[in-house]
Design a protein around this ligand. Structure first.
Ligand code: GDD
Ligand code: MN
Length: 404
């Protein structure tokens, strides 16, 4: 019996990872996790129903993993007793950790199956739907999801408030994370199967209530199938959802948003490069002006000296940004400090020529035409930026330098 009592893998806290399994494996094909907290009265009927279904469909080729957070009603103890009658049942008792999502991930971590799944313990997820989900997985889909919002799906007697909250959460998800939440009709579902390879590898964050978001947001899910189901009313026990879970959900969405960054609309390479170069040039402009202001206006340094010095500091600024960003793809293929130093010297040389040009223009405008010193610099910088971009692209970060 204790053979079936599992301990959570690794130390608690932090992000968790699901290990890949090499094929073919000796373990069961399906590992279905049943997260429980105070579900003593639901566990036995659920395990009985699942066992009947799965024995018929999969023979012995499955395991049921109850992950219980040390429920005060002794759910895990009951589970352990049930393992005598149901050999496919394994039970994890967690004492150092709690929470629905982490329970599911902890269960998957000790699972042996190629197909990982989750189902609520309270019989609100009809067990027979599992057969349809299994069929989808057998047809090679990456994720098979039980949904309340496709044909055949629905909820039982939900109050208007509950429906509104549920839909509101979904809409919020669509706004914050459209490319994840929009992939399924029921992103709140906690009843699904997923292929192990699709989620093995990336760190999964175990906080939050909605494990499906984590799977969709961080896994490599290509093909998704959905099966409609009616969310049943609870007959025994109570829901553990509280207001805190809504805050958790919002935090979860934002965390995934940051993790994934916004989808980029890609510019064509030359145009993108020029925009980056121009942006770097703009940052150089700020640097240039700041230093120039200090030297010329604050400390009374002469016009030409101030101009040369401020431009030189800006050149250094621009080189670093261009090397790490604008021309990153090219500089990455010409690594090493010597190459970098070479580029820096060339950059200086090109800019030195630009500086001569710059000084000439500033002097010409300021002394001859009486243009304001700052405006004169602006014109000079604009012209010299054009010069710098063209020559640097052709001669400095040029692709022909690349060593294969
Ligand atoms: N181990 C563990 N730890 N299990 C938990 C915890 C926890 O902290 N909190 C809840 N559970 C278990 C419950 O015992 C139950 O088996 C399952 O997770 C779902 O919890 P409920 O509290 O019954 O959630 P619900 O019915 O309100 O919410 C469900 O909403 C979705 C549809 O809106 C979710 O759980 C989804 O699975 C479901 O599809
Ligand atoms: Mn429930």
């Amino acid at each position: 019996m204790t053979r079936n009592l599992l301990a959570p893998l690794a130390a608690p806290q932090g992000a968790l990872r699901i290990a890949a399994r090499s094929l073919p494996t000796t373990g069961p094909w399906l590992s279905l996790v049943i997260p429980t907290f105070k579900e003593r009265h639901n566990l036995e009927p659920l395990v009985e129903q699942l066992t009947q279904l799965l024995d018929r469909r999969l023979g012995g080729n499955y395991e049921l993993i109850v992950v219980d957070d040390d429920s005060p009603d002794g759910t895990w103890e009951l589970g352990l007793q049930l393992t005598r009658r149901y050999p496919a049942l394994r039970v994890m008792r967690r004492q150092a950790e709690s929470g629905l999502s982490s329970a599911v991930i902890r269960g998957w971590q000790v699972a042996d199956g190629q197909i990982l799944g989750v189902i609520d313990a309270d019989l609100q997820h009809p067990p027979e739907i599992l057969l349809q989900l299994l069929a989808k997985m057998q047809h090679g889909t990456d994720l098979a999801l039980a949904s309340r919002h496709v044909e055949g799906g629905g909820v039982s007697e939900w109050s208007l408030l509950r429906r509104t909250l549920s839909r509101g959460a979904q809409i919020l998800g669509l706004v914050v994370l459209p490319e994840v939440v929009g992939r399924v009709s029921d992103p709140m579902s906690g009843y699904f199967l997923v292929r192990r390879e699709a989620i093995a590898g990336p760190m999964l964050n175990p906080r939050g209530y909605k494990i499906l978001l984590e799977v969709l947001g961080r896994g490599h899910i290509q093909h998704i199938a959905e099966v409609g189901y009616v969310f049943q009313e609870r007959t025994v026990g109570e829901s553990k959802v509280s207001w805190r879970h809504y805050l958790d959900y919002l935090q979860h969405l934002l965390r995934l948003r940051l993790h994934r960054r916004l989808p980029k609309r890609r510019l064509s390479l030359p145009l993108r490069r020029f925009c980056q170069f121009a942006l770097v040039g703009f940052s150089g402009l700020l640097v240039d002006y700041s230093v120039f202001y200090l030297l010329f206006s604050q400390w009374g340094v002469g016009l030409t000296t101030s101009n040369v010095l401020s431009a030189e500091v800006a050149i250094l600024n621009n080189f670093l940004w261009n090397d790490a960003w604008t021309f990153a793809d090219l500089s990455q293929r010409q690594r090493g400090w010597q190459c970098r130093l070479q580029r820096w010297l060339k950059f200086n040389l090109i800019c030195l020529a630009g500086l001569v040009l710059n000084t000439l223009i500033v002097n010409l405008l300021f002394n001859l035409f009486g243009v304001n010193a700052y405006l004169a610099k602006l014109v000079a910088i604009a012209l010299v930026t054009l010069w710098n971009f063209g020559v640097n692209l052709k001669l400095n970060w040029r692709v022909t330098n690349v060593q294969k």
